[in-house]
Every structure is written in C-alpha cells, then in structure tokens.
Design a protein around this ligand. Structure first.
Ligand code: SAH
Length: 297
C-alpha cells in the first residue's frame, strides 16, 4: 500500500471513490498531467449522483434573478445561530462529514459578506456576486475544499490546518472560516478593491490569526512560508511553482487547475512528503481564472 492509499482510507467522504487518480509524481509537477484513469461504472454513478460539476463562480445572473423573486425568511433573523445550523445540516446531508469543517461553517456569519440585496440567499447553497466580476463560492464548495485540506497529513495529525496560505481573498468569507480551523491564515488578493472590502468586512470579526495581503498570489507569499495548507479560490493552467516551493513537508495544497489540452477544470490535491510531491485529481469544478499581476483600482 502506498502513502496515497493509506491516506484515502481516512477520508470520511470516501473521496477516493469520487476521484480519478492520476499518476503519483515524485518530483515537482508543473504543468499538470492530463492523464485521467477511468473509474468503475458504479463509482462513476456514485460520483455523478453525489456531485454535479461544482460551479462556485457561475451563478451571477441567477443570483440576481432569484433575489428579485424572493422574500425574506420569516421567523428567524439572519444573524441567528439556527440559520447557520440549518446550513450545517444541509452540508451534512450533502455528504460533508468533517465535524470541524461543519462547525467552522456554522460559526461564521456568511450574510455579513454578501451585498444587502442578496442577503436572503446567504445561507443557501449558491454562489453570490461580491463585485468586480468575482463571486463568493457556494457553501458546499467551500466545505469540500476545506474537507480536502483537513485530510492532509499535518492536518490529520494536529487536527488543525496549521499555517495556511489562501490565494484569492475575495470578500474574505472563506478566509474567516479558515481562521477558525487554523493557527494562522495569510490570505492574498490581487484586486485592491476586494482586498480593502475584505479588510472592512472582517474587521468586526477581528480574527487575530489572519493576515490579509494585497499582492499577486501566483508568487505565493514567501515571508510566512512554509505553509501546512495552501488553498486557491482561482484556477490556472498549472500550479505555480512558488506554491509547491512554499508547501511544508506534510502539508497539502488544494486548487482548481485546468487540465492540459482541455477547457476542463478539476480539483487538484498535492501532498508534500519527505520523498517529494503526490498529486491526485478530483472532480470537475468551475472557478474564476487565476490571473497574474495586481490591479490597484
Ligand atoms: N475565497 C473567496 C472567493 C474569491 S473568488 C471568498 O470567500 O470570497 C477568487 C478570487 O481570486 C477573486 O477575488 C480574484 O480576484 C482572486 N485572484 C485571482 N487570481 C489571483 C492571484 N494571482 N492572486 C490573488 N488573488 C487572485
């Protein structure tokens, strides 16, 4: 049994059944290999039933349309713990098993991160616009990414994500959830306007263990490296070398990546071991593009 096999048995979601395993790379793995092994029919059916293509970024138009149709939920305020508990229950029903992840998501008030016009949808499983052409990922996608991160060797050993680098702060929601699960979070955003917005939205929550950085996340953030966990909310054609360099031994990286030779984006998990890097490909996803450079306006 190799290291990857041992690890997959610990995934409560039986993520190995949802995944298409690609070859294990012992050396840095850029660009990403396009090879995807076929899965057994039963497993394909399971994966299809469990999860359609995750589209955390694509519902802008839908969100606005839905918002205009909706009325505010009666009986409970959005700041009610019960509203978040119901979201947590839905995450459980959707197959999220990691209790720490569910608890963290039940803790963070998502409605504080979305625009007033969309606030009634804050606890539904939908992505929502956060301005500047970007979106806040839907809760099930955030949970999925965090659950995968919690499956890394260091995270399993310590029951914490340790020192985390997040690429793509956006409105700061996922960073706030990460802060609950981590010792320290460094979150980097290339759009100044969103960096400032996240800073303002996070201020009332005062997460003492979070550092927001305005910069190009494709370079990672060397001053705080190495990281036990790296998570990207935007996907490029390959994993930037800087992310691999800045991943600690025992650490795990979770990121969307476009498969070579196709437009298909998949969730990529990379573990750094004493021997090198192990790479696994999971289901198809749809995140905003990872872009280089910074935008000051
Ligand atoms: N996690 C965020 C979702 C943000 S959407 C939330 O909870 O709101 C993805 C974000 O990645 C966008 O804000 C986009 O501007 C940012 N992004 C894309 N490329 C980047 C890069 N190279 N460095 C930093 N941020 C980047």
């Amino acid at each position: 049994m190799n290291g990857a096999d041992k690890r997959t048995s610990k995934f409560p979601l039986r993520l190995n059944e949802l995944s298409s395993r690609v070859k294990v790379a012992r050396t840095p793995i850029v660009p990403v290999a396009a090879t995807v092994l076929t899965t057994a029919p039963r497993l394909q059916a399971t994966a299809a039933a469990a999860r359609a293509v995750l589209r955390p970024q694509q519902l802008l138009a839908h969100a606005h349309t839905d918002a205009s149709r909706r009325t505010a939920p009666s009986g409970l305020g959005l700041d009610s713990v019960d509203v978040r508990r119901r979201m947590a229950q839905r995450l459980r029903s959707a197959g999220v098993c990691n209790a720490q992840v569910i608890e963290a998501m039940a803790t963070v008030p998502r409605h504080l991160f979305v625009d007033a016009a969309l606030v009634t949808q804050a606890y539904e499983d939908t992505s929502l616009p956060i301005g500047h052409g970007q979106t806040i990922s839907k809760p099930s996608v955030v949970a999925r990414m965090l659950e995968l991160l919690m499956g890394g060797e260091s995270a399993r050993r310590s029951a914490t994500l340790g020192r985390v680098l997040e690429i793509g702060t956006g409105c700061g929601y996922q960073a706030a959830v990460l802060a609950v699960l981590s010792k320290q979070v460094v979150s980097i955003e290339r759009l100044r306007a969103l960096h400032d917005k996240a800073r303002a939205l996070l201020a009332p929550l005062r997460p003492a263990n979070m550092r927001l950085v305005y910069g190009d996340g494709m370079q990672g953030h060397a001053p705080n490296a190495p990281y036990d966990s790296i998570v990207a909310a935007a996907g490029g054609d390959a994993l930037p070398q800087a992310w691999l360099d800045q991943l600690a031994v025992g650490g795990r990286l979770v990121s969307p990546v476009r498969q070579a030779g196709s437009q298909r984006q998949v969730l990529m998990v990379v573990d750094r071991t004493e021997q090198g890097f192990e790479q696994n490909v999971y289901e198809a996803v749809h995140f905003v593009p990872l872009k280089s450079g910074m935008v000051a306006g």
